[in-house]
Design a protein around this ligand. Structure first.
Ligand code: ADP
Ligand code: MG
Length: 404
């Protein structure tokens, strides 16, 4: 159904090559969330890279150089965005010494001439201006310290940067790591050979950021379950007064078109029938549940209500493949998190293939303690969105392909 995924399936993976005695550079995604003290709050992304790193160690790679970005520094050193803390966590998880390289250019000789089995982690690659610009000079410099390039950074696979894209043009052998392959396999299971009915549960802040996705899935899914601020624009399109709710006036027409197209494609749309409203997000003393058409003046919709949870849960329970992208409300605030968490429970309880794409959605599932109960949780927010939209991710384009 989705030939772009088939195209990405065709790339060579680490399993298809011999790494023994070779210097391997792995682009990983160690862009982990941290708290206000800089402590790592979720190391899932580091743990997800371990199979690829371990494979290289177990198959006698001569050296392993890990490259990642962290946050969005402005092309220069900024202590706040240093990968040093990640280095320590990685060392613990890997149970092996990790040598942290603050400036790979001055340590180039050492990394490049390595004859012992060593693991290096380079400092945040976004400290180099050339990274985001996909500068060929930076790609060449990175290429000069390895014989094999492995891209395992699914979270940045939708970016055309020096370490995710350009480098692959300068290295003779370039393949995908195990996480990249796992992500592609999970999405193809949901999109290429799904067990019907398929439901897309969609929410989050805006239609505008997900409109391509909405249009792409209208050809594929059987049910579209819409919540979050995303549904506010749809409710507005139905003529409801949304008062202070977050919605996009410019996309009211788009919402009408989506509903129209869904009808033509026999896709069933589910919208909230009741909502949780408040007059203040920051100081939520006045919180009520009202029918979606009865939002009081001065109030805004911040979560789906219990009747909507019931309606959505029933539609979810009768699906065999469920794709979830976007929370049902402002789940970061306790009082407005119930809708999102109950939907997380409903999806987790299903005997279906269940997949989550979207950074905040993955975080919400984790907060609902349901991570273990989903079939697959993508490690890439933006990348998973682009996969669902049917795009080919740049991180796969320059990799070696299997003979057909
Ligand atoms: P994801 O990262 O999973 O793709 P998004 O980034 O699109 O999800 O959306 C998540 C954000 O949407 C959250 O920060 C959440 O607070 C916000 N959101 C959801 N529902 C509402 C609402 N009714 N009003 C305001 N913000 C909302
Ligand atoms: Mg988000």
């Amino acid at each position: 159904m989705n030939s772009n995924l088939t195209y990405m399936h065709g790339v060579k993976s680490l399993k298809d090559i011999d790494v023994s005695g070779k210097r391997v550079l792995i682009r990983v995604d160690f862009n982990v969330p941290v708290d206000s003290h800089g402590n790592i709050t979720d190391d899932r992304r580091i743990r997800s890279a371990l199979p690829t790193i371990d494979y290289c160690i177990d198959h006698n790679a001569c050296s392993i150089t890990l490259v990642s970005h962290f946050g969005s520094p402005k092309g220069k050193y900024d202590e706040k965005y240093s990968l040093k803390k990640v280095s320590k966590r990685l060392e613990r998880l890997l149970q092996k010494k990790v040598e942290f390289i603050s400036d790979f250019e001055s340590s180039k000789e050492e990394i490049a001439s390595c004859s012992l089995e060593r693991v290096f982690l380079l400092e945040n690659i976004r400290f180099y201006e050339g990274e985001k610009q996909n500068d060929p000079e930076l790609s060449k410099k990175l290429a000069s310290i390895c014989d094999i390039y492995v891209n395992d950074a699914f979270g940045t696979a939708h970016r055309k940067h020096a370490s995710t894209y350009g480098i692959a043009e300068c290295v003779p052998v370039k393949v995908a790591g195990f996480l990249m392959m796992k992500e592609i396999e999970a999405f193809s299971k949901a999109l290429e050979s799904p067990t019907r009915p398929i439901a897309l549960v969609i929410g989050g802040a805006k239609i505008s950021s997900k409109i391509t996705l909405l249009k792409a899935v209208l050809q594929k899914v059987d049910k579209l379950i819409i919540g979050g601020a995303m549904s506010n624009t749809f409710l507005k399109a139905l003529g409801y007064e949304m008062q202070g709710s977050l919605y996009e006036e410019n996309f009211v027409q788009t919402a009408l078109e989506v509903m129209d197209e869904a009808r033509q494609n026999h896709v069933k749309i589910y919208l909230p029938v009741d909502v949780v409203i408040t007059d203040s997000i920051d100081n939520p003393l006045n919180v009520k549940v009202v029918p979606a058409q009865d939002i009081a003046e001065g109030y805004q919709a911040v979560d789906i209500g219990p009747a909507s949870v019931k309606l959505f849960s029933e539609a979810i329970a009768l699906s065999n493949t469920i794709i979830w992208n976007g929370p049902m409300g402002i789940y970061e605030i306790d009082k407005f998190s119930k809708g999102t968490f109950k939907i997380a429970n409903a999806i987790a309880d299903c005997y279906a293939y269940t997949i989550v794409g979207g950074g905040d959605t993955a975080d919400a599932v984790d907060k609902a303690s349901e991570s273990e109960n989903f079939s697959f949780i993508s490690t890439g927010g933006g990348a998973s969105l682009e996969l669902l939209e049917g795009k080919i991710l740049p991180g796969f384009i320059n990799l070696d392909r299997k003979e057909r």
